[in-house]
Design a protein around this ligand. Structure first.
Ligand code: NI
Ligand code: MN
Length: 220
């Protein structure tokens, strides 16, 4: 699969006919590698309602007729625009033509009254991805070890989410093969050096840390 970092927490992951877009905050994102009208995903996954994650999801879903995966309280916003939504809740595995989507807990505000922030465990072809969304460190991440994660996308920016040290502890629990750090350097409050994270993780675990510039793609 090809993994393209679009800046902040936005990723485009493609495999065969499928293009999965995660947390597409492009308009107003100073690090955005693409404009909203340049992305044509088959599916969009939205972890929570904060504007730096929900981003351009409604517009992109309408323009590309993509299916949206999110948590229950955010569904209505898409449904009233005529967008097809699969909205589950924490712990639920949702059907997906590309494999599977499991909604994993995140320790963070939802941005929507009554809702939850979440992460996703995505099965795509023969690969397993954990997209953490915005979250603090929590010990239940150790449950992900049995998922045999090929790629973990983890926030390291601190202030709103885990910082470098906590994200490194998350890697120790999850034991993924590869890790890409996200949610840093977009704003002055989350200025961090991803190479510091890479050094710390690779000194303490078997995981490979891949640092991507916005716009860069890696094959996994
Ligand atoms: Ni947030
Ligand atoms: Mn955020």
């Amino acid at each position: 699969m090809k993994v393209q970092f679009l800046g902040h927490a936005a990723f485009l992951i493609t495999e065969g006919p499928y293009a999965l877009l995660f947390d597409p905050f492009l308009t107003g994102n100073p690090l955005a590698a693409k404009k909203a009208d340049e992305v044509k995903p088959t599916h969009i996954l939205v972890s929570h309602g904060h504007s730096d994650h929900l981003g351009d999801a409604v517009e992109i879903a309408k323009n590309s007729s993509s299916k949206v995966y999110t948590f229950y309280e955010l569904a209505e916003m898409f449904e009233k625009e005529g967008i097809e939504v699969i909205a589950g809740n924490l712990g639920g595995r949702l059907p997906a033509d590309f494999g599977s989507v499991k909604i994993f807990q995140a320790l963070h505000g939802s941005g929507v009254v009554g809702g939850h922030a979440c992460g996703f465990v995505v099965g795509l072809h023969d690969k397993k991805i954990y997209f953490a969304g915005d979250t603090a460190l929590f010990v239940d991440m150790s449950l992900l070890e049995s998922e045999e994660i090929d790629l973990a996308l983890l926030p390291i920016g601190d202030f709103y989410t885990m910082g470098i040290e906590d994200a490194a502890k998350a890697v120790e629990m999850i034991k993924p093969k590869n890790v890409i750090p996200m949610h840093y350097n977009t704003f002055p409050t989350i200025k961090k050096d991803p190479m510091e994270f890479k050094k710390l993780v690779e000194a303490n675990t078997q995981a490979k840390v891949i640092v991507l510039e916005p716009g860069e793609t890696v094959e996994i």
